[in-house]
Design a protein around this ligand. Structure first.
Ligand code: SAM
Length: 230
């Protein structure tokens, strides 16, 4: 299993090293994404494609319970390690599973998150339907990506070597609309102008965005977060 395959499904020692690195490298984009979610103490959350488990850990500081699911055993194992204390307290559970057929009952979660993972999902519209199945009515689905389409050089490079698809905000919105999600809001970071572009069905606006926890490589990427309601 090589470096690029490990982005899609981490495996072995190299997979574990890459997962640890992703826990660190994805921190800025994940924290920026989480800014767009109000987590309340009663919320039960599912993080799909949880990878090294750091976002599960972050959200568990605010929520009632957080589940992490991933189809890579290496990701499941590191998530178990990273969240050991919270698992012992009954606040976190980690499971092996594929987004194509999630191992959870209908209407189970207040929030479902997906950070840096939808690029790899099989039949994305069906996957979004599966997310909707496990969300409670009125529950929120947050998608976090460090790109808006594959126009930038870095994403074009990755798409060449990894079996992945980099969607833009219009495509993600269409997949959500086709599954009857409501109140779809797209947040795009315009770092150069310290602004955020917010797109809703009612139009587009720009707001000040002082978020500055950006690493060197993030300067070349466009961040996008999409939140939709079941
Ligand atoms: C690039 S990593 C991102 C990990 C983490 N969410 C983060 O932001 O650092 C992608 C993760 O999604 C998982 N993944 C990809 N396709 C999946 C699927 N169909 N079902 C469940 N997990 C999946 C991979 O195993 C991997 O752990």
């Amino acid at each position: 299993m090589g470096f690029f395959d490990n982005m899609r499904k981490p495996k072995g020692k190299l997979g574990k090293i890459q997962l640890k690195s992703m826990n660190k490298e994805h921190t800025p984009v994940s924290l920026w994404g989480l800014k767009h979610l109000d987590i309340s103490p009663d919320d039960v959350i599912l993080d799909i494609g949880c990878g090294g488990g750091i976002n599960v850990n972050r959200m568990a500081q605010k929520a009632k319970k957080v589940y992490g699911v991933d189809y890579s055993l290496e990701s499941v194992n590191l998530s178990l390690e990273v969240n050991k204390d919270l698992i012992d307290k009954g606040i976190v559970e980690i499971h092996e599973g594929n987004v194509a057929s999630l191992p959870y009952d209908d209407n189970s979660f207040d929030i479902v998150t997906a950070f840096e993972t939808v690029y790899f999902w099989p039949d994305i519209e069906k996957s979004f339907a599966e997310v909707k199945r496990v969300l409670k009515p009125g529950g929120k689905f947050l998608i976090g990506m460090e790109s808006n389409g594959s126009d930038n050089l870095s994403m074009r490079f990755f798409e060449r070597f990894i079996d992945m698809t980099v969607y833009n905000d219009k495509e993600i919105t269409t997949f959500l609309e086709n599954n009857d999600y409501k109140d779809i809001t797209v947040y795009l970071r315009d770092g150069k102008n310290k602004q955020e572009i917010i797109k809703t069905p009612n139009g587009e606006k720009r707001v000040r965005d002082e978020y500055d926890k950006v690493s060197f490589s993030d300067k070349f990427l466009e961040w996008m977060t999409v939140v939709a309601v079941k």
